[in-house]
Design a protein around this ligand. Structure first.
Ligand SMILES: [Zn+2]
Length: 319
């Protein structure tokens, strides 16, 4: 039987967990749906990730409003993917912060990514007509940026750790509480999406850099919050292992002059025992292997995914 396209058949609502990770530091996870977070400053809020639509974002904000009524001064976007940015207008943020490459990627391929992700994950797009248009960061940076939280609340640091899940990922780091929001650079018991990734850099220097912060609590892009060093290390190790298995299997097929389909089958076979039951595994694999194949072919930057290209790759590999 043909597998339903991407996550198009995943229509059941997930159970959401709202957690306070430290005083004034919040996260919302949802069984493998994209995670979001917020950090209280003295008289303002920093929100992390915007969800797929303003209507979806307002549900998160309603939960947050049970804990704090402070206005959102900063909305931080970890990277350009539609399911994390298109709800931005609901926050009424003064400043929308992202890496400079994220701004360029939105300009280059934001519209295509919107159409692609909407077809792949329709459930996440609650009332898609509420999206007013692409989300444009108003403050960008290259290496790092610090936000003074005011009073005695310390600072929130934003760091670019190198190319990884995309060309312009950032992590948000609270040095005093040792809490990290890692975006899709780290997943915790959820499959990786690597369709726009730089696999070799991500699996080595970029994850080394993420690990070097020594987080005690880590909120990945999807999946449960990792609490304590062993869970944080496990989430980073899982992410690295997933990438390494892909590099090994797809690399071997590529090296011996095999086909993309053979590479897909080998990577799927090798990853399936450990990761097959984790959220979005089947959804991601065709896109992941296609991008890695390109990377091994020397295609420097990921090709743009369009709704049409998504279907072609799916038909070629997953059916
Ligand atoms: Zn992403």
């Amino acid at each position: 039987m043909a597998k339903p396209f991407a996550s198009s058949a995943d229509l059941a609502d997930k159970t959401r967990s709202f957690e306070e990770l430290a005083e004034g530091v919040y996260a919302l996870t949802a069984e493998g749906d994209p995670n979001v977070g917020a950090v209280e400053g003295e008289d303002f809020l920093v929100c992390f990730e915007a969800m797929a639509t303003p209507v979806a974002a307002r549900e998160w904000l309603a939960l947050l409003r049970e804990h704090t009524g402070k206005p959102v001064r900063y909305l931080v976007l970890s990277h350009y993917h539609a399911v994390r940015v298109l709800g931005a207008s609901a926050f009424g943020a003064d400043v929308i912060v992202a890496h400079e490459k994220t701004r360029e990627l939105i300009a280059e391929r934001g519209a295509e990514d919107w159409a692609s992700e909407y077809a792949r994950m329709p459930r996440l797009f609650k009332e898609p007509a509420s999206i007013p248009g692409l989300t444009w960061p108003t403050l960008t940076f290259g290496d790092r940026l610090a936000i003074d939280l005011g009073g005695r609340r310390g600072r929130l640091e934003l760091h670019h750790c190198g190319r990884g899940h995309t060309e312009g990922d950032l992590v948000a780091w609270l040095p005093e509480q040792r809490v990290m929001f890692a975006g899709d650079l780290v997943e915790s018991r959820a499959a990786l999406y690597t369709g726009d990734a730089f696999h070799r850099a991500w699996a080595s220097a970029t994850l080394d850099r993420v690990a070097s912060f020594g987080a005690r609590t880590l909120v990945g892009g999807r999946g449960a919050v990792a609490r304590g060093r062993s869970e944080v290390d496990a989430a980073i190790a899982q992410t690295r292992d997933f990438l390494r298995v892909m590099l090994r299997e797809v690399g071997a097929a590529h090296e011996r002059g095999g086909t993309l389909k053979e590479a897909f089958q080998a990577a799927h076979r090798a990853l399936e025992p450990r990761y097959g039951a984790w959220p979005i595994f089947e959804h991601c694999m065709p896109f992941n292997v296609s991008r890695l194949w390109d990377e091994l072919d020397g295609v420097e930057r990921p090709r743009v995914w369009t709704a049409e290209r998504d279907r072609e790759v799916w038909a070629r590999l997953q059916s």
